[in-house]
Design a protein around this ligand. Structure first.
Ligand code: DC
Length: 223
């Protein structure tokens, strides 16, 4: 589609469909895909496993410095490894999801993970999704997308995903969890979830995955 090795930043709230469309785009463009949420989730999981207090920033930093984080692409999902251990499924569990906003609010944790993310994106040819990619991690990314969808629709999508995994959290609980995480992610002091001035807003409510991907491809084609 394009010869240039672009850096594509996709930000937005939880369950707006960022990772689904980012993965498809990366595959179609032959780019690397980097799920920055998985990095915050990996630290959260590792902290739980190692009984590190989520409020103890120095202890979290010691832990993070001992953590080698690796992504390895497989057929249709990206596997995540911490010090060689496959944590792909563990980092999606509810205990991690409910604690990750607290852990990702620490300034030093963010500094360290942002550094690692910038290194991954250095050579270009990357689709990176998260909350602060367009504002903080890659402020000069060639393409910036801010993906949103209504809370109701995001909870319904999560509900369907969960059903496939055998997770039975009721829809109203999911709605509340999503609204809570939106609030925490948007109001934290350091790098809150906010649309970059030069990001293009795409509302995915009522759109199919293919519809969203096509919209994003049209935006990218103009670059
Ligand atoms: O995208 P996700 O739901 O897997 O992200 C998990 C959490 O990590 C999210 O609630 C906020 C945090 N996060 C962040 O603070 N900055 C990012 N770039 C990505 C995720």
């Amino acid at each position: 589609m394009t010869e240039k090795k672009l850096r594509i930043a996709i930000d937005g709230p939880a369950s707006a469909g960022k990772s689904t469309v980012a993965k498809i785009l990366a595959k179609d463009l032959g780019y690397i895909y980097c799920d920055t949420g998985a990095m915050y989730r990996s630290l959260t999981y590792w902290a739980i496993q190692n009984h590190v207090d989520p409020n103890d920033e120095p202890a979290l930093m010691d832990l993070l410095k001992s953590m080698e984080l690796e992504f390895s692409p497989s057929m249709d999902m990206q596997k995540v490894f911490v010090n060689g251990q496959d944590v792909t499924e563990e980092i999606r569990q509810t205990d991690v999801t409910n604690l990750v906003s607290a852990i990702s609010a620490h300034e030093k944790v963010r500094e360290e993970l942002v550094k690692r993310q910038q290194k991954i994106a250095d050579a270009g040819g990357i689709v990176m999704d998260g909350r602060d990619i367009g504002t903080t991690v890659l402020p000069d990314a060639e393409v910036k997308i801010f993906l949103v969808a209504s809370v109701t629709e995001r909870a319904e999508r999560r509900f369907k995903e969960n059903q496939l995994k055998g997770i039975t959290t009721p829809l109203d609980v999911l709605q509340q969890e999503i609204a809570d995480r939106d609030y925490k992610d948007s109001t934290r002091a350091i790098s809150p979830l906010v649309q970059a001035d030069d990001a293009i807003l795409v509302d995915t409510t009522g759109l199919s995955i293919e519809g969203v991907v096509n919209q994003l491809k049209a935006i990218i084609a103009k670059k």
